[in-house]
Design a protein around this ligand. Structure first.
Ligand code: AMP
Length: 219
């Protein structure tokens, strides 16, 4: 099964992606995570991407598309994959579709996680992430047991540069202008399912798996 997780920054794509990846035993492919790993190891791609990421705008399509095309051709994607943070605009969606077609594959569902803007800002501004395993926390709603340390792997947790107040507005604007139109795109193809992104992680996950099970019955 090939899934796309759609939703604004802070909607919970990363959290649900990890969870669904375990349930369906298919890899989660987060373009944001891959880009951040490149930034950390200062690869050529990372140095280029950083300029855009720090401003909260999209990294050029050619960079991200090549990254994803390489990734979905890897062995562990034979039974499917979960795309988290890709596609982020119509051009990326179209290139993805034509690439998959050449591989004899297709997208099965595009799941949109709905969260209102005020809540997104609240989540993003308080978000803290583990440098090592990527686990996500919130300073108020989901703090780690020991301040500044990851509960899962004891590594340092930090605030992403682009989660700082000044960049959040830019990221949400990019979402509204460039990514939001994908809802119409995937609705037109009969692949879009939306779930309410407010509530417990388990409740939201169940909405997603239910939508998939229901959609699969119909097909
Ligand atoms: P994320 O972790 O998904 O919020 O992504 C963090 C940043 O990485 C974004 O604000 C963009 O600068 C960049 N990025 C991630 N995915 C994409 C994509 N599909 N296209 C362009 N830029 C991306």
């Amino acid at each position: 099964m090939n899934l796309i997780l759609l939703g604004a920054p802070g909607a919970g794509k990363g959290t649900q992606g990890k969870n669904l990846s375990e349930t369906y035993r298919i890899p989660q492919i987060s373009t944001g995570d891959i880009l951040r790993a490149n930034v950390r190891s200062k690869t050529q791609l990372g140095v280029k991407a950083r300029e855009y990421m720090d401003k909260g705008v999209l990294v050029p399509d050619d960079v991200v598309v090549n990254m994803v095309v390489d990734r979905i051709q890897q062995e562990d994607c034979v039974n499917g994959f979960i795309l988290d943070g890709f596609p982020r605009n119509l051009n990326q969606a179209e290139v993805l579709e034509s690439t998959l077609k050449k591989m004899g594959k297709k997208i099965d569902f595009a799941i949109g996680i709905d969260v209102e803007r005020k809540e997104l800002v609240r989540r993003l501004s308080g978000r803290r992430v583990c440098r090592k395993c990527g686990a996500s926390y919130h300073v108020i709603f989901n703090p780690p047991v020991n301040i500044g340390m990851c509960d899962k792997c004891d590594s340092e947790i930090y605030q992403r540069d682009d989660d700082k107040e000044e960049t959040i507005g830019a990221r949400l604007k990019v979402y509204e202008e460039e990514t939001f139109p994908l809802i119409e795109y995937y609705t037109g193809k009969g692949l879009y399912r939306s779930v309410d992104g407010i509530g417990s992680v388990d409740r939201i996950k169940k909405s997603i798996t239910d939508a998939i099970a229901k959609g699969s019955d119909n097909s």
